[in-house]
Design a binder for this molecule. Structure first.
Ligand SMILES: CC(C)(COP(=O)(O)OP(=O)(O)OC[C@H]1O[C@@H](n2cnc3c(N)ncnc32)[C@H](O)[C@@H]1OP(=O)(O)O)[C@@H](O)C(=O)NCCC(=O)NCCS
Length: 146
């Protein structure tokens, strides 16, 4: 397995398949995806096949006091490759990059179904408020100090 920096466009197929319930290609592009000053994207490859992706955006959430923060979005592993540690490896590569950029916090809107995953990789729930993201489902705000 190899973890590499990839372009936003490379994440779209996995985002569409794993994260977008109606597989609507128009919804796979996130704001600032192509702005290299704001975002970076990582991919895990198995036998040269891209099987897991994650994207990171310099984005402050004012609920947290840290001045410099990143937001994690588009975390997804193809179903047949889940549970093999791939997403964890993407995060392990991301943490030092975030730190190098003088950011001290990584936060995400976590799907309730993925809370267990985020807890295993060191995230905490900010508060227990569950909120709905339209068309996707219930989420909670989670964070990890970097
Ligand atoms: C959540 C997701 C990204 C995890 O990716 P993955 O490559 O399977 O994750 P890993 O193999 O690195 O898992 C790390 C640990 O978390 C556990 N884990 C993975 N998904 C989990 C979940 N949904 N709930 C609880 N634990 C989970 C794994 O079993 C593993 O535990 P271990 O260290 O004891 O073996 C993947 O399951 C996925 O794409 N899910 C659908 C999309 C999604 O919900 N994305 C998050 C959007 S907020």
């Amino acid at each position: 397995m190899k973890v590499l920096r990839i372009n936003a466009v490379d994440t779209y197929q996995i985002r569409q398949k794993v994260l977008i319930p109606d597989h609507d290609i128009k919804k796979v592009k996130f704001e600032n995806d192509d702005d290299e000053d704001i975002s970076f994207h990582l991919g895990a490859f198995k036998d040269s096949q891209l099987v897991s992706v994650a994207s990171f955006y310099y984005e402050r959430n004012t609920i947290f006091s840290d001045l410099h923060q990143y937001q994690l979005r588009g975390m997804a592993t193809l179903p047949e490759f889940q549970g093999q540690g791939l997403s964890s490896e993407l995060l392990n590569m991301a943490f030092p990059i975030i730190k190098q950029n003088f950011c001290t916090l990584l936060w995400c809107n976590a799907r309730v179904t993925a809370i267990g995953y985020y807890e295993k990789v060191g995230f905490k729930i900010q508060d227990q408020t569950v909120f709905e993201i339209e068309g996707i489902g219930p989420h909670v705000l989670m964070y990890k100090n970097i």
